[in-house]
Ligand binder design. Structure first.
Ligand code: MG
Length: 399
């Protein structure tokens, strides 16, 4: 008797800063359901509509066993494909189907992928301060908690704080000075290595704030500080510049959280132009494509570093973790340190101890949702301000 999909629900909640979107797929087998992450926090209404009006009618009545077939057919069902809205909706479906299959098998999802290569995933956490001294203090606190990897930023993405004097009449926006950001970041790492030593692994996220020529210089300038990786030093639109960075510096490169089409990551892997896959798994369409790209990258000696910020739901973090445990080429896992409320709403959210993220070994992805509690934290609409980035002369920039 095939297990069929009987209903698809979209759960929207905002217990902390980010609006989280979780898809719940119910089946013809009583009590058997799965959860998937479809979180695109800045455009949640669009994902919600894609799930309710397009994906749900497509899925009802279909066989829940056929993850690959449903992924392939859902991806082209609208004919026009790719893009963060539709990929996130498909990810919600994909992870929920893996969750269901794990529950049917009585196994955690990492077992379905091929079993564990490790008992836990090593993580990195974020340190952001107004001065190099403040960042060093945060790094030391994390080291005391046995974290081995810390991402270090000074003044937010693009180092937003320094003096900027735009021309008269310039538009309002989130101003930053790219060249000043470069100088201050290099000074920060110089201070960090002198004060916290060489043993702790340090990372940095450029967040595509530089023009390509400056990005080449920046990767070179950071070489002496031996970063674990430098993230998004270029925007996806500037992918062709990675060759220049590769040819001029040894700084390890992580890239991909904005990618959603395989055409974007394929040349970077084939050319061995990056060191870490930095994809946001719901943005690329879920566990199914993430498994494929991880397996391909393994053959090129490139490691995983799945995106793990607060705008990935606990279900999405669990999907990251199951892939981390399985992947022979696991590199590192970003961790956003959820508060107690998120653990209450999503029982089974992965736990981190001594810097390592552990699975709970329940069947499937291992995370559930308390829908009544989630509903007590409804989403709030807002205009996104931090993405309205501008450079000193008032021109628009990438965020
Ligand atoms: Mg990033």
């Amino acid at each position: 008797m095939p297990v069929t999909i009987t209903d698809v629900k979209t759960i929207l909640t905002q217990p902390a800063g980010s609006r989280l979107i979780v898809v719940k797929i119910l089946t013809s087998e009583p009590g058997l359901y799965g959860l998937g992450c479809a979180t695109f926090t800045q455009r949640f209404h669009a994902v919600h509509a894609a799930i309710e009006h397009h994906l749900k009618p497509f899925l009802i009545g279909k066989d829940a066993d056929d993850i690959e077939d449903l992924w392939q057919t859902a991806m082209v069902n609208g004919y026009w494909r790719n893009g963060p809205v539709l990929n996130n909706a498909i990810s919600g479906m994909d992870m929920a189907l893996w969750d269901i299959k794990g529950k049917q098998a009585g196994m955690p999802v990492y077992q379905l992928l091929g079993g564990k290569c490790r008992e836990a995933a090593d993580t990195y956490v974020h340190a952001d301060g107004a001065s190099p001294e403040e960042v060093a203090e945060i790094v030391r606190k994390y080291m005391e908690q046995d974290y081995r990897h810390v991402r270090c930023q000074i003044g937010g993405y693009g180092g937003r704080k320094p003096r900027v004097t735009p021309p008269e009449g310039a538009k309002s926006g989130d101003y930053f000075d790219p060249r000043s950001y470069m100088r201050r970041t290099v000074q920060m790492f110089e201070h960090l290595r002198a004060s916290v030593g060489d043993e702790v692994e340090l990372l940095h996220d450029t967040h595509e704030r530089l023009n390509p020529a400056d990005a080449v210089v920046f990767a070179k300038q950071l070489e002496p500080y031996n970063l674990f990786f430098l993230e998004d030093v270029l925007a996806p639109e500037d992918n062709a510049w990675f060759r220049r960075i590769r040819d001029t510096s040894t700084t390890p490169i992580a890239m991909g959280e904005l990618f959603n089409n395989p055409a974007e990551w394929l040349p970077l892997i084939e050319g061995r132009l990056i060191d870490f896959l930095r994809m946001h798994i719901s943005q690329m369409g879920g566990i199914t494509p993430a498994r494929n790209v991880a397996a391909m990258a393994a053959m090129y000696g490139i490691r995983t570093a799945w995106h793990g910020p607060g705008d990935v739901s606990p279900v999405g973090h669990a999907a990251n973790l199951h892939l981390d445990l399985w992947a022979p080429n696991f590199g590192i896992q970003e961790w956003c340190r959820f508060g107690d409320l998120v653990y209450e709403i999503f029982p089974g959210t992965p736990e981190v101890r001594g810097g390592y993220m552990y699975p709970n070994d329940r069947p499937g992805l291992g995370v559930d949702v308390d829908e009544e509690l989630a509903a007590r934290y409804p989403y709030e609409d807002e205009i996104i301000n931090w993405t309205q980035a501008r450079t000193p002369d008032g021109g628009p920039a990438r965020p």
